[in-house]
Design a protein around this ligand. Structure first.
Ligand SMILES: Cc1ncc(COP(=O)(O)O)c(C=O)c1O
Length: 429
């Protein structure tokens, strides 16, 4: 979903100066549950899911959507997507555990990651997951040994690194050959042949994921062409694939980005699949995360102190959320829109450095943010916080991670409690 920088994401609107998510005023939720607090809209999550899926079905493609749970790993969010029919993309034993706890069927789970351990493999084999996405020859060799040991055939897909530039932040670009992810086309073919000939491995397909917050579909289409070309080469050798996995990556609007949408991606993929002569239709998988959750979430925070320096110095709004709660600004220089939860009509505008309480100068949530004049106690909302927000939160500075709330029309449900001091030391001697 694209919206202009002057508009709000769907499901967010000002009514009489107060910012509402669905039918509830965020300021009231902030007061009820305390700040900082993550608040998500169930309606926005469902709408994004349907938009993504519909884009593919409307061009005749039957997409298996495996939600990338790293974007937002709360059990209630995974369950919400599971109820809509989603599978899950997981990258650790912990994420696999979450997906299973949320009721995702094991055969609808794909497991990626360059560093899977033997213990994680055993767990996934015992659960009979759908696919291991393999990222190196050594990993495939270990998986084969573990499959023999566990007595369970491993279904594998080879993650291809197509050396395509996704044109995104270098930390979340994964499809160039200097990145640690996947295998180059030649190695991919070698491993696919090996897996196809192994008694304990079952080659199901090829997978790609070239990066996150990808704004143009061109690079994704380029990478998918590489997958199809490898599939053709394997077919010549009578190695037939069941599935092709597009990975995730489609970007969202945080400020004024105008990302290309799933319908454009789906149309291009459908054209390529039509041109491609394969013996049997592929099961098409996609692993979106950010697209489904980013603009469904707001991080609500309260202004603790206003600190005005000399005339030329910045004016700091010190808020109760910090880099431990939302690390994206500090880590990627990400820019989230920051909006007052209660607009004060007629107030003058002022430029603020919105910063948290953590003891680092990297602890900022927004630089040079123009807001109507703030007072201590005012609440602000950081938009676009539904993806890679809470899931990247930490206890740095021994701060308690915030609660999470799921809004569905007129109801607000606490889907994760605020941590307590006891939680902080629970695992320590
Ligand atoms: C293998 C894999 N699939 C899917 C995703 C989801 O990406 P996004 O949230 O950009 O859709 C990621 C994110 O890094 C990933 O590593």
């Amino acid at each position: 979903m694209i919206f202009q920088s002057t508009e709000l994401p769907p499901f967010l609107a000002y009514r009489k100066g107060r910012l509402y998510l669905e039918e509830l005023a965020l300021e009231e939720l902030g007061a009820q549950f305390g700040t900082p607090v993550y608040i998500y809209s169930a309606g926005a999550l469902r709408a994004a899911y349907q938009r993504y899926l519909q884009a593919f079905t409307s061009v005749g493609l039957n997409l298996s959507l495996c939600y990338a749970i790293k974007a937002n790993s709360n059990l209630s969010i995974i369950r919400l997507f599971g109820e809509l029919g989603a599978g899950a993309d997981v990258v650790s034993g912990g994420e696999l555990y979450r997906a299973l706890q949320a009721g995702i069927a094991p055969e609808q789970i794909v497991f990626a990651g360059v560093g899977k351990t033997a213990a994680e493999m055993d767990y996934a084999l015992e659960q009979k997951i759908g696919t291991f996405n393999i990222e190196s020859a050594s990993e495939l060799a270990l998986l084969e040994r573990r499959a023999v040991a566990v007595g369970q055939e491993a279904r594998v897909s080879i993650r291809v690194n197509p050396n395509v530039d996704a044109q995104t932040h270098p930390y979340i670009a994964t499809g160039r050959n200097h990145n640690k992810f996947g295998l180059n086309p030649t190695q991919s073919l070698e491993l696919a042949r090996y897996a196809a000939g192994s008694a304990s491995l079952f080659l199901v397909g090829l997978q790609m994921h070239i990066g996150s917050q990808v704004l143009q579909v061109g690079p994704l289409v380029e990478a998918f062409k590489c997958l199809l070309s490898l599939a053709s080469q394997l077919e010549v050798e009578e190695i037939y694939l069941e599935q092709l996995d597009l990975g995730g990556g489609l970007g969202v609007t945080y400020q004024d980005e105008q990302p290309e949408q799933p319908d454009k991606l789906a149309a291009a993929i459908a054209d390529l699949l039509k041109e491609h002569q394969s013996k049997q239709p592929y099961r098409l998988i996609s692993e979106p995360g950010r697209y489904l959750t980013a603009n469904a979430g707001v991080l609500a925070t309260s202004v603790l102190y206003i600190k005005q320096g000399e005339l030329v110095d910045p004016c700091f709004a010190i808020v109760d959320a910090g880099m431990n709660d939302l690390i994206r600004p500090a880590l990627y220089n990400a820019k989230h829109r920051i909006m007052p939860l209660h607009e004060r009509p007629g107030a003058l505008s002022q430029v603020y450095e919105v910063v948290g309480p953590v003891c680092e100068s990297g602890d900022f949530l927004g630089h040079e943010v123009t807001l109507t004049e703030l007072k201590e106690g005012d609440m602000l909302g950081l938009l676009g916080a539904g993806a890679y927000g809470f899931s990247m939160a930490s206890n740095y500075n021994s701060r308690l991670r915030p609660p999470e709330i799921l809004v569905d029309e007129y109801t607000a449900r606490l889907i994760r409690h605020r941590e307590t001091y006891e939680d902080l030391v629970f695992l320590e001697d």
